[in-house]
Design a protein around this ligand. Sequence first.
Ligand code: FE
Length: 193
Amino acid sequence: MTDHDHDHDPRALRAEALEAILIERGLVDPAVIDSTLDYFENDLGPMLGAQVVAKAWADPAFKRRLLDDGLGAIAELGLGGPQVDHLVVVENTPDVHNVVVCTLCSCYPWGLLGLPPAWYKSLAYRSRVVREPRNVLAEMGCELPDDIEVRVWDSSAEVRYFVLPERPNGTDGLPEDVLAEHVHRDQMIGVAR
Ligand code: FE
């Protein structure tokens, strides 16, 4: 996954062509490719982001560093990745809800969240969430009160955004690994609260 995986990206076509040849020649098992992608998309990525969120909830000094210098803070946890040059972490509060998009293509903090979901790459999401974020969020099951400010962050090859969700009530004193189980991918993109 690179910065700009447009559907017509010649790199994507090359990857598909290479995959087809490797499978045809019996060099790779398509099930292995699928399970690797599935692992990346569903397990590995979002879990890493959830650990970052849990640590920020549990450790106010870490949270401050995360908001000031996202990349430096996640590097403390051994996280990052070659595609993340600048990571800007935006914090949800009772008054502000943040949501992330890449209007150009599908730039995404994949070092923390894995591969982007299909809807994130869709033209409908990319074009509409900027113009009518409340409607799009409501359609995705995230109804926001009228008095909350919605901020939409447009990712790029240079800057990746990551939402720090609000800590749920009733989670005082829980250890980080249990807190992390409360964090889901969509909250870190900002399409859920
Ligand atoms: Fe992009």
